[in-house]
Design a protein around this ligand. Structure first.
Ligand SMILES: *Cc1c(COP(=O)(O)O)cnc(C)c1O
Length: 412
């Protein structure tokens, strides 16, 4: 296997923002970031404990309405530790969508467990709760409180829905389904800070919720993550695992393999400052989505879904090109936007056909590859100016009118 294949293939079109190019999604750092960072430096609290870590955890818990929050160094670490705390062990299985950023799938693998890919719903773009339920009913048996996959003989320990793009998966239905078979639910709410569904914040309905504060998320700590839960013992265990599983702080006694996953006070200081601005950021994201929606109405595009009872944040505003558009055409569409100084990108490559996960079980995947082929995410930064959004809209409308620039030479 050629280990360097991925790095030579990837066209890195993301950070740092190039001069004159409208970026896809960049941080907005206009609040108390400087003041709080200075406070860290002035007081010497720079490392993995400190007053801002506590403040950030409390502020997140309060903001989303969760009993406990534990800060960690990134969203992937949050997912890894959440899976461990949910009891996911070697050779167990986790149901997960194939259309997502790869972090939650990798986190399953870090536990030496196996992802089982369940299709997404073509209307909501999120994991299909009906297929989750059908998979469990048709392919699994509940034996003595364990849900066993008949084909592999392995225990299905958890379901890991991902709230994609600042929308929300149907978590209520999934939680009910999970309860019937004794599985845990871990919500990947990395893209859904600020999103509520039926009055509950994303990440607070399942057993454990995870957030990311990576640079492209709605609020950022540079890199960071959070694990949230209603259960005090789970929160305690997550904190324990993320601090090298230290049983005795003086003598350094460890009774389990732990991790160094804590967030630093410097990062948390950024987080506190960013969280203060979240309501404004969410309002701005919704306004950006409204303007795109308005401009693209009636065009041969599928706009972001409006989901029942969901107050979205439209983390990355994404449209689908016409049904039947090929991956090559979609690539050409994105290249044509780049040529006009507009950063756009596809959704993530469907994971069930990527090298590390090709051999994993998948269940009735029909829609994820179609969405992946058609999707284009457009500039969505909180700081996107009206002029830059108009420039983007004009470019998209031009490309839709003149299909020769991207749709020639390849048919579905
Ligand atoms: C950003 C993201 C993560 C976590 O990413 P980190 O860079 O590790 O913070 C996890 N899942 C999804 C769906 C994401 O978009």
């Amino acid at each position: 296997m050629d280990t360097f294949r991925a790095s030579t293939l990837s066209e890195d079109l993301s950070t740092p923002a190039q001069e004159g190019v409208i970026p896809l999604s960049v941080p907005y750092l206009a609040g108390n970031e400087w003041a709080y960072l200075k406070e860290c430096l002035d007081t010497g609290w720079v490392s993995s404990v400190g007053p801002f870590v506590d403040r950030f955890e409390r502020a997140i818990a309060e903001r989303i309405g969760s009993a406990h929050a534990v800060a960690v160094m990134n969203g992937t670490a949050a997912l890894h530790i959440a899976l461990l705390a949910a009891g996911v062990r070697r050779d167990e299985e986790v149901l997960i969508p194939p259309l997502t950023f790869i972090a939650p799938v990798n986190a399953v693998r870090y536990c030496q467990a196996h992802p089982v890919f369940i299709d997404v719903d073509p209307e909501t773009w999120q994991i299909d709760p009906i297929k989750v339920s059908q998979f469990l009913a048709e392919e699994c048996d509940v034996v003595a409180d364990r849900c066993v996959n008949r084909r592999t003989g392995r225990t299905v320990r958890a379901i890991l829905p991902v709230h994609l793009l600042g929308l929300a998966a149907d978590i209520q239905t999934i939680v009910q389904t999970a309860a019937r078979v004794g599985a845990r639910v871990i919500e990947d709410a990395s893209e859904a800070m600020g999103v509520t569904a039926r009055g509950r914040h994303a990440g607070t309905v399942g057993d454990i919720g995870c957030f990311s504060f990576n640079g492209n998320k709605i609020i950022t700590t540079g890199g960071g993550g959070m694990v949230v839960t209603e259960k005090a013992d789970v929160a305690r265990y997550v904190r324990y695992l993320s601090t090298q599983a230290r049983d005795d702080a003086l003598e350094y006694v460890h009774e389990e393999v732990g991790y160094n996953y804590r967030l630093t006070n410097l990062q948390a200081a950024l987080g506190v400052a960013q969280l203060e601005q979240l309501p404004g950021f969410v309002a701005r994201k919704r306004e950006i989505a409204r303007v795109y929606d308005e401009a693209f109405r009636g065009m041969p595009l599928t706009l972001m879904p409006k989901l029942d009872g969901v107050e979205p944040t439209y983390w990355l505003y994404t449209v689908l090109l016409e049904d039947g558009v090929t991956q090559t055409q979609r690539k050409a569409f994105i290249r044509a936007l780049h040529a006009r100084g507009i950063e756009a990108r596809p959704l993530w490559h469907t994971i069930h056909d990527l090298l590390p996960y090709q051999d994993c079980q998948r269940y009735r995947i029909e829609h994820a590859p179609r969405l992946y082929n058609r999707a284009v995410s457009l500039p969505s930064s909180v700081g996107l100016s009206e002029a830059d959004q108009q420039r983007t809209i004009v470019a998209v409308l031009e490309l839709l009118r003149d299909r020769r620039t991207w749709a020639d030479g390849d048919t579905a």
